[in-house]
Design a protein around this ligand. Structure first.
Ligand code: PHE
Ligand code: CA
Ligand code: ZN
Ligand code: ZN
Ligand code: ZN
Length: 297
């Protein structure tokens, strides 16, 4: 897998910040900064050769949009999806939440195109709308699929907050090996978890599990039995002294002090966490796309 350039990921964050600044300070559902964000990402994908579709839906009296991008080729009965929510809350520009996940998967998609990857599985990327209103865009997408189209999706990777300024290195606990939170995810989630964990082990960064409870856009996928996984660097929670010993940073401080706040700007990102997670995403997409997800085809 390629080494994703964190400078390139950060250049996308600069663009998202500019979009928020030009549109009342946010990129929220129903606000002009959201559609401008969709158009920015779509423009980059179209130029790289992706087939893109903007899916609209209505929530709370406003039109929301999901951006879906398919990379031509691969087994369409064995689709590996990678997604991130592109909307912010109304309080701020949403650069860590979730410009980071959106930019990291965008740069991974652009790397797929740059390498002209010919994966075994079909690759589809998604940028979700209205996550902050309760996973509305991803739920709309999953519910809008026919049973046959849903069965073609054999895995889903989710990235929501991957550059927190006081970061933890969390991997969704798909096998419930931590025994906390909800139970294990659909069969196959454990494989995704182990591939992600393998990347971090290879760079010598310890990881910990985090609840696989549906608190981001993988929720509607696991509710339909689709294996899923992903990473997270922490939100409103406080880093413990044990976690600070493991990862550095500040014990007793929040992972993201600007969570859902006006100060979630381009200053609210840890470059090392963003770089490691971006590289983990590419590693996971490359590794999982080569093989079979066990789809019907
Ligand atoms: N979905 C949460 C938000 O956007 C962030 C989050 C992601 C929390 C993953 C827990 C786990 O605000
Ligand atoms: Ca990198
Ligand atoms: Zn949020
Ligand atoms: Zn989020
Ligand atoms: Zn686990």
């Amino acid at each position: 897998a390629p080494d994703i350039s964190v400078a390139a990921v950060k250049a996308h964050l600069t663009q998202l910040q500019s979009i928020a600044t030009a549109n009342g300070g946010n990129r929220a559902h129903g606000r002009p900064g959201y559609l401008a964000s969709v158009n920015y990402v779509k423009g980059r994908l179209d130029a790289a050769g992706f087939t893109t579709v903007v899916q609209s839906f209505t929530y709370g009296g406003a039109t929301g949009y999901n951006l879906i991008a398919d990379w031509p080729g691969g087994d369409v009965n064995d689709v590996l999806m990678t997604g991130a929510h592109l909307d912010s809350v109304t309080a701020g520009p949403g650069i860590n939440d979730n410009g980071t996940g959106s930019a990291a998967i965008l740069e991974t998609a652009l790397a797929v195109a740059a390498q002209d990857l010919t994966p075994g599985r079909h690759l589809r990327f998604a940028w979700w709308g209205a996550e902050e209103q309760g996973l509305r865009g991803s739920t709309h997408y999953v519910n809008s699929l026919t049973a046959a189209a849903r069965a073609q999706i054999t895995g889903y990777l989710n990235f929501d907050m991957v550059g927190s300024p006081n970061p933890g290195y969390f991997v969704y606990d798909g096998d419930n090996s931590d025994g906390t939170g909800s139970g294990p995810g659909p069969a196959g989630s454990a494989v995704i978890e182990s591939v992600i964990e393998g990347y971090f082990a290879g760079i010598g960064v310890p990881t910990r599990g985090t609840d696989f409870d549906g608190r981001s856009d993988y929720g509607p996928f696991i509710a339909r039995g689709i294996p899923a996984g992903g990473t997270f660097t922490g939100a409103e929670g406080t880093k413990t002294s044990a976690q600070a010993a493991l990862w550095g940073g500040t014990a007793g401080a929040r992972f993201d002090p600007c969570y859902h706040a006006a100060c979630d700007t381009t200053s609210n990102v840890d470059d090392t966490a963003l770089d490691r997670n971006s590289d983990a995403i590419a590693h996971t997409v490359w590794t999982l796309s080569a093989g079979s997800g066990g789809g019907p085809g």
